[in-house]
Write a new protein. Structure first.
Length: 97
């Protein structure tokens, strides 16, 4: 299964690219959480720590994660199932209040 992953903002500096195609095994339907484990192996702990809090297994509060242009919180969060050809976009953001 091939998943398109796009990086925005500071994540392009951490990864050295704006997009990548990731292959995930065929063992059922993998979840976004599984995709992040694969990305962590490729880009390292510093990248992964910007995306996911592994203590509570939730996305970091300042990362917007889209699956096919839909925010994953309205789907099933990190447990959202992936399909071949999906596009995941990772967008870091900040607020000034």
């Amino acid at each position: 299964m091939k998943i398109n992953v796009k990086f925005v903002g500071l994540l392009t500096a951490l990864t050295g690219c704006q997009s990548i195609i990731v292959e995930i095994g065929d063992n059922g339907k993998p979840e976004i959480f599984s995709l992040f484990k694969v990305l962590g192996e490729k880009f390292g702990k510093k990248f992964l720590d910007k995306i996911v809090d592994f203590g509570d297994e939730k996305p970091r509060p300042r990362i917007l994660i889209l699956k096919n242009e839909v925010e994953i919180h309205v789907l099933d969060g990190l447990n959202t199932k992936l399909d071949d050809g999906d596009t995941i976009v990772l967008i870091p953001y900040s607020h000034r209040g």
